[in-house]
Design a protein around this ligand. Structure first.
Ligand code: ATP
Length: 236
């Protein structure tokens, strides 16, 4: 079943239009990777999905409901969790970041979800009173994923989980997301430039200058010469 449907959405910043009739679908329990070079519009698309950027045209349908006009916090309470490139609030402690991620839930739920997050990410438990700013880049991304899980979302929408990470940590983040997917089967929409994330993908979209230029499987992607050269030649 389709969980998230972005239908012919247009969006941008004032006079600058970034998305041009962009359409994507994420099904229930599906992991979708959105590839695109710098400036392709990936962040703008994710921010439009969560409601931080307004869709000037088109519709966003989530779990059968048209959410185009809803505020970001309402979208979170509907089951969409968003991890920005920054992933965490650096000035807050690990525990405070987790509480923030669970703000749409009541206190008991938040406690339960935090315990679960610490199970997944045992390192974080040891650092619970430390400021997020003092964590390593990899730990910060782990905290970002844990924070995102705190609202018990139906879909995790993640903006470049690899950004700022060394290849070793990129591998670790991918492993954690794989484990999370195997155990919980959340739907995921991951915007990335790093093709290592294709390991997770059941469907790929390529965004180029705000337009979807490819939709398909990893195999189909690898069979396309132009795309292979662009993404597997330049990107790493
Ligand atoms: P990156 O990987 O570099 O974040 P991206 O694919 O996520 O790239 P966006 O950040 O969505 O791309 O940017 C798409 C276009 O929108 C770019 O041309 C960018 O300069 C422009 N843009 C992004 N944010 C703003 C803003 N706040 N105001 C004006 N233009 C913006």
């Amino acid at each position: 079943m389709d969980l998230l449907k972005v239908e012919s959405v247009e969006a941008g910043y004032g006079l600058i239009q970034v998305l041009w009739r962009t359409s994507i679908i994420v099904e229930e329990n599906q992991c979708v990777v959105l590839l695109g070079v710098n400036g392709a519009g990936k962040t703008t698309l994710l921010r439009t999905i969560i409601g931080l950027v307004e869709a000037t045209k088109g519709d966003i349908v989530f779990d059968g409901e048209n959410i185009t006009g809803l505020k970001p916090n309402v979208r979170v309470s509907r089951g969409i969790a968003y991890m920005s490139e920054l992933a965490v609030v650096p000035d807050l402690t690990v525990e405070e970041n987790l509480k923030l991620g669970g703000y749409v839930k009541n206190r008991d739920d938040t406690r339960r979800m935090a315990d679960k997050a610490y199970e997944y990410f045992p390192d974080l438990k040891a650092y619970r009173t430390r400021k997020a700013a003092s964590l390593s880049g990899g730990q910060r991304k782990m905290l970002g994923v844990a924070k995102t899980l705190m609202s018990n979302p139906k879909i995790l929408v993640m903006d470049e989980p690899s950004s700022g990470l060394s290849p070793k940590f990129v591998k670790k983040v991918i492993e954690i997301l794989k484990l999370l997917y195997e155990e919980e089967r959340p739907s995921m929409l991951i915007a990335e430039q790093n093709v290592a994330f294709l390991d997770l993908a059941q469907k790929i979209y390529i965004l180029d200058k705000g337009k979807v230029t490819f939709t398909g499987s990893v195999n189909a992607l690898k069979e396309n010469d132009t795309i292979r050269e662009t993404y597997f030649g330049i990107m790493h």
